[in-house]
Design a protein around this ligand. Structure first.
Ligand SMILES: Cc1cc2nc3c(=O)[nH]c(=O)nc-3n(C[C@H](O)[C@H](O)[C@H](O)COP(=O)(O)OP(=O)(O)OC[C@H]3O[C@@H](n4cnc5c(N)ncnc54)[C@H](O)[C@@H]3O)c2cc1C
Length: 545
């Protein structure tokens, strides 16, 4: 018989996921778990089955921009690929955004929604991008108190009816800067006699993802406002008229990108685009924060989702690929390598879903002041830490396939390319490390993290885990001492070390959450795997200061 290599395959992505199932069993009341399980089984089936097959078949397709029709009219039409059209339908019908707003399970509805997003994302070539912005726009409009816009747009953003569904874009980045948006040059002008909320926008937006969206939230400076972030206002735009023509928006071109190639990311010229103020004529950067918090949560959930997909394929392949007389699954070094990646994934998983829990409690009005400051701090910490892990895990996953991992039609390289965007958009690692310092306040206090870890460690009984508790406590103390010293020394010392500091906080809290879960899993499932992952995470490095 000629040699035949069996490719990696996927099963039901919910049923095969020990980490997700064990986590949900711990955090969800039994009745809720019974109610939500069918939705997760179904999403896991689609993600490992027909959606995954469609993703493989759609590999070479990309969105297309047609700027002119045959008669010389500017139309700027975007055509999405078949995968994205199906993904949208599935996302809407299965409530991948709606679940968080229907709130059938109170604050834990956010966890249910994130579990759906986590299963759905890796088979969709980042359809999570428009969903994240749609979710973020719904949250921002609801927080704005602008009743007119809430009634007009939010029902479309959170519907389960595909024909009613709208996606939202988030147009912030300009040529002058994506991190320093205070430099934005887009101007908002009012025409004589216009309603006080109605403006027209003039300027260029340099990165606008999922440009097929029906609405967008954007920043612009009303004429006469001061320079800087405070002088910008938050605006709501409906992108197309009733005939589907862009409203004084020209899509200059689509970006030619390393990854996220299914996402149509446009460069735009706004040439008198009608826009409505969302709230106030200033403080746009502050007012768009609810959107950024949600998209950063989605970024973390996408990071763990892509890691999980890579590992599901890599573990499966290890059982099929033979080298030097046995499968890779029987090679101690190969297994050790994969289990290291598994530990990174499990730490990241617990951090991302913990932020989902806090987000859900905040949205349901069930969060106290201490946990609200924890959410403020952990959102940037979680986003930056999990994004970095996703890139390094994806790189190792490709290597675990040898040469096949570098070959496009295996469908593997896209995992690395798509992961690489996670540390860049929604705030780069450095920008979020500086945001972490801001979240600590003037006295750079780590007290909210200290009280979190104390609470997490209360239940720990296992002697192996007690050893790990010491490592986490020592990393936190080191971070605490470092930040106080650096602040006392100079602003420049503080900023220079901010990335190592923020990553140390991220990895320490990942370890702490994993320890707590490992103790629960031992007690309730008699499962030692989470203990092993926590041990490995400490070997891979927690304190990076
Ligand atoms: C695929 C893709 C899609 C995108 N989609 C959107 C979108 O839909 N809407 C949108 O608004 N934007 C979008 N962006 C833009 C993205 O948010 C920005 O690229 C990002 O915020 C960084 O901004 P920048 O490119 O201007 O880089 P810069 O701000 O110029 O940053 C360059 C480098 O400087 C570092 N840096 C910046 N400030 C500091 C500092 N104070 N201290 C230390 N280091 C610093 C950064 O970490 C980075 O490494 C998208 C980007 C990509 C790649």
């Amino acid at each position: 018989m000629p040699f035949e290599q069996a490719p990696p395959t996927l099963g039901n992505q919910f049923e095969d996921d020990r980490v997700l199932r064990s986590y949900l069993a711990r955090v969800c009341p039994a009745e809720m778990l019974n109610e939500i399980t069918p939705s997760l089984v179904e999403m896991g089936r689609l993600a490992g089955g027909e959606l995954y097959q469609l993703q493989l078949a759609d590999r070479l397709n990309e969105p297309r921009l047609t700027q002119w029709d045959a008669w010389g009219n500017r139309i700027d039409r975007i055509e999405l690929t078949p995968l994205w059209r199906v993904a949208e339908q599935i996302a809407v019908e299965h409530g991948v955004v709606a679940t968080a707003y229907e709130r059938k399970h109170g604050a834990l509805s956010r966890v249910h929604q994130c579990a759906l997003a986590y299963l759905f994302t890796p088979s969709t070539d980042i359809y999570s991008c428009p969903l994240a912005m749609t979710d973020g726009a719904a949250r921002t409009l609801l927080a704005s108190g602008n009743q007119e816009l809430i009634e007009r747009a939010v029902p479309h953003l959170i519907t389960r009816e595909p024909t009613e569904f709208w996606t939202a874009g988030q147009w912030m980045t300009e040529l002058t800067g994506g991190s320093d948006v205070g430099l934005s040059e887009t101007v908002a002008k009012q025409e004589p006699g216009a309603d006080s909320h109605e403006f027209r926008l003039y300027g260029r937006k340099w990165f606008t993802s999922a440009i097929s969206s029906q609405i967008a939230l954007t920043l612009a400076r009303p004429e006469g406002n001061p320079a800087g972030g405070r002088g910008l206002a938050l605006f709501y735009i409906e992108t197309r008229d009733d005939e589907g023509r862009p409203r004084n928006i020209e899509i200059d071109r689509l970006k030619d990108k390393l990854g996220t190639r299914k996402v149509p990311t446009g460069e735009l010229t706004l040439n008198g685009t009608p826009a409505r103020l969302v709230m106030g004529t200033t403080d746009g950067v502050r007012n768009i924060t609810p959107l950024l918090n949600i998209t950063r949560l989605w970024n973390g959930i996408s990071a763990v989702a892509l890691m999980r997909r890579g590992l599901a394929l890599a573990f499966d392949y290890a059982g099929k690929r033979v080298a030097f007389g046995s499968t890779l699954a029987e090679k101690a070094l190969h297994v050790d390598t994969l289990l290291g990646l598994q530990a990174e994934f499990e730490g990241a998983f617990h951090l991302a879903f913990y932020v989902a829990e806090l987000t859900g409690r905040s949205e349901a009005g069930e969060i106290d002041e201490r946990d609200a400051s924890l959410l403020r701090l952990l959102t940037p910490v979680m986003k930056l830490t999990t994004a970095k892990q996703a890139v390094s895990v994806a790189s190792e996953v490709l290597e675990s396939f040898g040469g096949a991992g570098f070959v496009e039609d295996t469908g593997l390289p896209v995992l690395l390319r798509d992961s690489q965007v996670l540390p860049i958009w929604e705030g780069t690692t450095n920008v979020l490390a500086l945001d972490t310092l801001r979240a600590l306040g003037a006295d750079v206090s780590l007290e909210p993290l200290r009280s979190l870890t104390t609470k997490l460690f209360e239940s720990v009984r296992d002697t192996r885990l007690n050893e790990l508790v010491k490592i986490a406590n020592s990393a936190l103390s080191h971070a605490e001492n470092w930040v106080k010293d650096a602040q006392a020394t100079s602003r420049s010392d503080l900023e220079a070390g901010a990335r190592r500091f923020a990553l140390t906080l991220g990895r320490t809290i990942e370890l702490a959450l994993l320890i707590r879960h490992a103790q629960w899993s031992l007690a309730h499932e008699n499962d030692h795997q989470a203990v092993a992952s926590a041990q490995r995470l400490t070997k891979l490095g927690v304190d990076l200061i």
